[in-house]
Design a protein around this ligand. Structure first.
Ligand code: UD1
Length: 363
């Protein structure tokens, strides 16, 4: 990847699973980071762990604000403070600099099942937070945004691999609709005002953890997603993995997904951020590996990585699940010069390293 000028980046949801890994990669690439997170689904301990990974020089470029982005006044205050710092850096104010060069927007509720129970909370928080963020950005002349979207917008695909031109389909739950709708909101914004520069990153299934074992996924309650459940089973917190269906039209009958190491995903954000400089409009990138793995392959890979024979039971299908999805990630490689490098074995090794060193997560 070419050397790129350091940027000042606001990261909403920067204390969460993908956010924290992205903050590490941004700091290690020389950028300055302002994290905004309300800690509703993240631990404050993450901040100290990030500092331990990147060391004192890089962590001096990181600041944190405990702010809920739906609180527009509080968010505005973060921009005002950053603006004052940018002005001071521009020595004497001969040059008016925006408070941030770009925003990476992760903040949002993300539990599929919960979104079905609490649609109003999901729409209010995810859409409301994005709208207030964009209003504050516009008011301060910050118009570059990278959005944390999902392959869920492709719904149940007619064919795989999925390219960025594959059709968006109906979402099956409010969480999925919020991703779908925020993509549309940002697209409309860029169409209406040519200052905006929008990158929509569609993640496939992020798993794994930082190789240091200091940060990783720490779901509250019973995990909804496969790999955290497998990891908690391996460490003895759960009895057995429930495999949701073995009668799909796939080689072993279980669902196929494109699992991607969270560090690869984080680096995809850095690549997108550096690629965006000087551009306008909307661009979409799939972030996946291009390879699908079945549920049973994941359990097997995790058992090998951990040395624990992870027990599982076959159950019925989970409502809303699809048989398979995986990415065609060639656009990101072509345009961003980014490609996933870690294998499924690496993902399981790092996930196990995190889980075994932190059996109760950050607590
Ligand atoms: C899920 C969400 C998706 C979201 C993504 C975030 C659903 C329907 N989709 O994707 O919208 O963007 O998480 O990471 O929830 N499985 C089991 N046992 C388990 C858990 C999962 O067998 O305990 C299977 C599933 O049936 C699926 C695969 O494992 O085949 C992956 O499931 P999961 O990790 O929940 O991810 P997705 O469903 O792909």
């Amino acid at each position: 990847m070419a050397e790129s000028a350091p940027q000042s980046v606001l990261v909403t949801g920067g204390a969460g699973f993908i956010g924290s890994h992205t903050v590490v990669e941004l700091l290690q690439a020389g950028h300055a980071v302002t994290i905004v997170d309300d800690l509703s689904n993240a631990s404050p301990k993450v901040l100290d762990r990030i500092a331990r990974i990147v060391g004192p020089e890089a962590s001096a470029r990181c600041t944190f604000h405990e702010v809920d982005i739906t609180d527009e006044a509080a968010l505005d205050a973060v921009f005002v403070e950053a603006e004052a710092k940018a002005a001071a850096r521009a020595r004497g104010g001969d040059e008016s600099r925006p408070p941030f060069d770009a925003v990476i927007h992760f903040a949002g509720f993300k539990a599929v099942g919960e979104s079905v129970q609490k649609p109003l909370e999901y729409y209010s928080n995810n859409l409301g937070g994005t709208l207030s963020l964009c209003r504050v950005m516009r008011a301060h002349d910050v118009c570059s945004i990278v959005f944390s979207s999902s392959s869920t917008v492709y719904g149940d695909p007619d064919e795989v691999p999925l390219t960025e031109l594959s059709p968006k389909k109906m979402a099956t739950n409010p969480y999925g609709w919020t991703k779908w709708m925020i993509e549309q909101i940002l697209t409309d914004l860029a169409a209406a005002d040519e200052r905006w520069d929008v990158v929509l990153l569609r993640y496939f299934n992020p798993i794994g953890a930082h190789p240091s074992g200091l940060i990783g996924e720490d779901p509250k309650g019973i995990p909804n997603n496969l790999v955290p459940y497998v990891a908690q089973t391996a460490v003895g917190r759960r009895d057995a993995v429930h495999v949701f269906g073995d009668d799909y039209p796939t080689p072993d009958g279980t669902g196929i997904r494109d699992y991607i190491h969270v560090v690869d995903l984080a680096r995809g954000h850095v690549a997108a951020l550096e690629w965006m400089v000087g551009r306008h409009g909307v661009e979409i990138f799939n972030l996946g590996t291009g390879t699908g793995s079945s549920v049973l392959e994941v359990i097997r890979a995790f058992s090998e990585a951990s040395g624990v024979d992870v027990p599982y039971v076959i159950e019925g299908r989970r409502a809303g699940d699809i048989a398979r999805n995986f990415a065609d990630a060639s656009k990101a490689e072509r345009e961003l010069g980014w490609k996933a490098e870690f294998t499924l074995a690496d993902m399981c090794r790092d996930s196990w390293n995190w889980q075994s060193k932190n059996p109760e997560g950050f607590e």
